[in-house]
Design a protein around this ligand. Sequence first.
Ligand code: URA
Length: 195
Amino acid sequence: MDKTEKLQNVHTKWTSKCECELKKTATQAVPGFGSASAEIVFIGEAPGKKEDELGRPFVGAAGKFLDEMLAEINLKREDIYITNIVKYRPPNNRDPLPEEKSACRPWLLEELKIISPKLIIFLGRHAMNNFFPELQIGQAHGKMLVKPFKGMATKYFFPLYHPAAALYDGSMREILMADFKKIPKVLREIAKREN
Ligand code: URA
């Protein structure tokens, strides 16, 4: 079975097995989407309205901005994999609750295990705090983190501000774009360390 089929099986399994309470109010699950052999996995927070309607991550305004930033570093959606810590839309886009994050976590970990990317990029504090609860996004953004986690092949992480937070805030937008442009350098640094 190749990685794409394995991922599909993970999504099918967790779509029925996931015990997240948000299932009751969401239209549908929004599993991760993209290349199963991606070098980079982006992790966001939770689906919004558009994502809930279409069943795909980052297809609304934040996703459009993400596509613009990807283009700046010559990447397309097909080159990466993108997912969320919570796979169901919270009502009125409220922050996901700790129990909702925990319910969806095994699904996320299985996605990461199959893809085994070189780098995991957190989009926003919720994604970062899922793995690094002690960090503040204001200090950690734009800096590579190196930490091995049990059962995970990836040990390199790169936190960014969430594109939705930067959409209508000019200065945050500039910071996010500048951090984003560091991604190729981060990948080169990882290659150097791994050789
Ligand atoms: N914001 C997220 O965190 N995830 C999405 O899929 C869309 C918007």
